[in-house]
Design a binder for this molecule. Structure first.
Ligand code: IMP
Length: 430
């Protein structure tokens, strides 16, 4: 049996929630290893809808350990609210089934404020962030001034760390014309929630080592997608963490060998929220149709997602940079009823044709997609559960995608319901 990491291979919103839920049913431990409450996973279980942001998807199922790893940035207020909402939906959340890394970084209100101040500043490059304070919190982590979960247990240390943090942030806020943050007030706010967070605090790396010893099955649950990765994505229009599977090890405190199968969740077309380049973006009725049929609105911010054709060059790059073993192709049914489908197989840049996505920001914005046109299908693929349920042209589309991205299809998802899945290869049985 293999430990599996589930990651997005495009710009997020690939439909990871359903697949993670499907896999988490069999996992013993489910771990989040990067990102924060910028992520949004919708799970539909027995017709009941659960919206998760920060909590690992395993939390909605009994008998699992859910872990928030050190690589995650945690807004403690958002976390407590999410716990309360889920408890209201009869989900059991206790210190037994939820563990938070004591060395994880906290997102504070000042991070969200800074995120918004920067996004609204006209001189800056607008990223189109979720304004959740994700970037500013990671900046403080790397700059070694962040407040971490374990700091909440030591009021004296916490006060000192707040002073250090505010020496930086208040200078920045003065420069941006924002009101300074009062240290005593922030300390009081943190002390108020400290016991509620510390209840879940744990030595996560040890927990995972025990899980390994006991041969427990671990599912590493990624958020966002490869093209939002801080190193490998469309920088600077990316998130502030590494979203590729390599981060699963660093962000939870296990060795690189802990992940044996990387499942890349891939939408049958492409979407993106926020700013930044998107070579195959469609501004016509076709794009509009994809958005409507695919219900392409952000779970977290409610923003309309930009839609476009499948970009095989980009996904192939994600397969390589993220070590993706196999693909789960999602939302195939959204392509139903289209006469023809285009797939990007290269990029024109000046007089050259590239077989990769360049790293230079100007080149990324300038490339033009080179398309291959494939035949569409008129029959419905919605709810298909085997290859035989699919029209021949849909199978042809999948096979061509597989060839172009240089990774095998492990699963095809044909509706939000977990049973509506064509299983080609079980990632846990690699
Ligand atoms: P941040 O993560 O809030 O800093 O936002 C940086 C970029 O990542 C923006 O383009 C966001 O729209 C995008 N982003 C962040 N989280 C998600 C996600 O869960 N799905 C899709 N896009 C996301």
């Amino acid at each position: 049996m293999a430990n599996v990491a589930v990651v997005g291979s495009q710009w997020g919103d690939e439909g990871k929630g359903k697949l993670v839920d499907w896999l988490s049913e069999r996992a013993d431990v489910v771990v989040r290893f990067q990102g924060g409450h910028n992520a949004g996973h919708t799970l539909v279980i027995d017709g009941k809808v659960y919206k998760l942001s920060l909590l690992p998807s395993g939390i909605v199922r009994g008998g699992k350990t859910s872990i928030i790893g050190n690589g995650v940035v945690i807004d403690p207020w958002a976390l407590l609210k999410e716990i309360e909402t889920l408890r209201g939906q009869d989900v059991t959340i206790t210190a037994e089934n939820l563990k938070i890394a004591e060395n994880a970084t906290l997102i504070l209100p000042l991070h969200g404020e800074l995120d918004a101040l920067r996004e609204d500043a006209t001189a800056a490059v607008k990223i189109g962030t979720t304004r959740r304070g994700i970037g500013p919190a990671y900046e403080d982590k790397v700059a070694r001034r962040a407040i971490r979960v374990s700091d909440l247990a030591d009021p004296e240390l916490l006060a000192k760390k707040i002073d250090t943090l505010l020496a930086h942030h208040n200078a920045l806020r003065r420069g941006l014309g924002a009101e300074e943050v009062d240290g005593a007030d922030l300390l009081a706010k943190l002390q108020e929630i400290a016991p509620k967070i510390l209840e879940f605090s744990d030595i996560v790396w040890r927990r995972l080592d025990e899980a390994k010893r006991d041969r427990k099955l671990v599912l590493f649950e990624g958020a966002q997608g490869a093209m939002l990765d801080n190193d490998h994505g469309t920088y600077p229009f990316v998130t502030s963490s590494n979203t590729v599977a390599g981060q699963a090890a660093v962000g939870s405190g296990v060795g690189p060998g802990a992940v044996s199968y990387v499942l890349g969740i891939t939408k049958a077309y492409t979407t993106r929220v926020g700013e930044g380049p998107f070579p195959t973006e469609l501004f016509d009725d076709i794009g509009q149709g994809l958005g409507e049929r695919g219900k392409e609105f952000g779970v977290v911010t409610g923003r309309k997602r930009r839609c476009g054709w499948f970009d095989a060059v980009m996904v192939r790059q994600a397969v390589k940079t993220g070590g993706i073993t196999g693909i789960a192709l999602t939302k195939l049914d959204v392509l139903d009823g289209m006469d023809e489908l285009k797939v990007c197989v290269g990029y024109k840049l000046g007089d050259k044709v590239l077989d990769y996505y360049p790293s230079n920001m100007a080149d990324q914005a300038e490339v033009e997609p080179v398309y291959e046109t494939l035949e569409g299908w008129s029959d419905s693929t919605f709810g298909a559960r085997s290859w035989d349920d699919l029209p021949a042209t849909a199978v042809k589309y999948i096979r061509r995608v597989e060839e172009l991205i240089e990774a095998p299809i492990a699963l095809v998802s044909t509706s939000p319901e977990r049973e509506d899945t064509i299983l080609v290869k079980d990632p846990f049985l690699d």
